[in-house]
Design a protein around this ligand. Structure first.
Ligand code: XIL
Length: 300
């Protein structure tokens, strides 16, 4: 199983950051630098400088790259109305640019709403639910060797509306022979156990896809106590074990290297401390727990 990390291009100049990211992980995802507003800010005008920095960093160190994301309802320029032409140009622009260099793409990110219906996005409004299948076909044509993923959050439990909707979606796409190789479970978690997580990974994988944990973090209160940090280590341990227990669970990517950069503090007031390294890049109890579990599983 491949351990990975989300990185930010603008942090790669920091030698300590770059060394830690390159040393501890075998895969990287651009946390933001491949998003639509940065890669195609105006119709047909692509800008790849930041994305190239992330991919170049990975290439220097022999790391796998997960491309993230081709279609998402956020970080979208205002001019995107979701036409087939816009979708084709964007997907083809990115996938061809990085052909042979990005091993796996999140083709559609967060296409489901929390109640299990399709999320209302410009693509859904303009093209209907079939935009999902279309996006995968366009991506496959642009790089037949890249592995293609559907990625979402909050679908980690089998019994919730969104957990069930994800299962139905994947089943439907496979029945239509859509080129879908991987289902990514973001796994933005809290310290309490995720109900039925392993079962959900297994039953989705049984539909004929690999599964990965793609954006793992475990949020704590902003003022974390030693007990919080221990509970977090236990939570991380459970998450890694769930993946290790499922043969087709191929990777675990953590959503950032250290607590200084994590999106959690920015998006969830009063929370923080969500990652494996603290703000000074020192390993936390969670780091030790994850390392032990990965070693026991024979991960690189
Ligand atoms: C987040 C980044 O971590 C933040 O820096 C940014 O401001 C917003 O996006 N699901 C996803 C990720 O698929 O792309 C999001 O990343 C977190 C939730």
């Amino acid at each position: 199983m491949v351990p990975g990390v989300a990185v930010r291009a603008d942090r790669l100049d920091d030698a300590g950051y770059a060394a830690a990211a390159g040393r501890l992980f075998a895969s990287v995802t651009a946390e933001n630098d491949m998003k639509w507003q940065f890669t195609e800010p105006e119709p047909g005008r692509f800008s790849f400088a930041a994305a190239e920095r992330v991919v170049g960093f990975a290439e220097q160190r022999g790391l796998r790259v997960r491309g993230h994301p081709l279609l998402w309802h956020l970080a979208l320029p205002a001019w995107v109305t979701g036409t087939a032409e816009q979708m084709r140009r964007h997907i083809t622009g990115l996938v061809e640019r990085f052909r042979g260099r990005v091993a796996e793409w999140d083709v559609v990110n967060e296409g489901l709403a929390d109640d299990g219906t399709f999320r209302v996005t410009p693509f859904l409004r303009t093209l209907g639910p079939q935009y999902i299948a279309q996006a995968f076909r366009i991506a496959r044509a642009a790089d037949p060797r890249a592995r293609l993923a559907y990625n979402d959050y909050g679908a980690e439990s089998p019994g919730t509306p969104k957990g069930r909707a994800l299962y139905r979606l994947v089943k439907g796409l496979k029945a239509l022979r859509v080129p879908l190789d991987v289902v990514g479970f973001q796994t933005h978690a809290e310290t309490r156990p995720i109900a039925g997580f392993q079962r959900q990974l297994r039953r989705v994988a049984a539909l004929g896809v690999d599964v990965e944990l793609t954006e793992v973090d475990v949020k704590l209160p902003a003022k974390a106590t030693p007990a919080d940090l221990r509970a977090q280590a236990t939570a991380y341990r459970r998450i890694v074990r769930a993946c290790v227990a499922v043969a087709r669970c191929r990777g675990i990517t953590f959503w950032g290297l250290d607590d200084r950069d994590s999106w959690i503090g920015e998006f969830f007031p009063r929370y923080g401390n969500a990652l494996l390294l603290d703000a000074e890049l020192r390993p936390k109890p969670a780091y030790e727990a994850v390392r032990q579990e990965l070693l026991a599983a024979g991960a690189p």
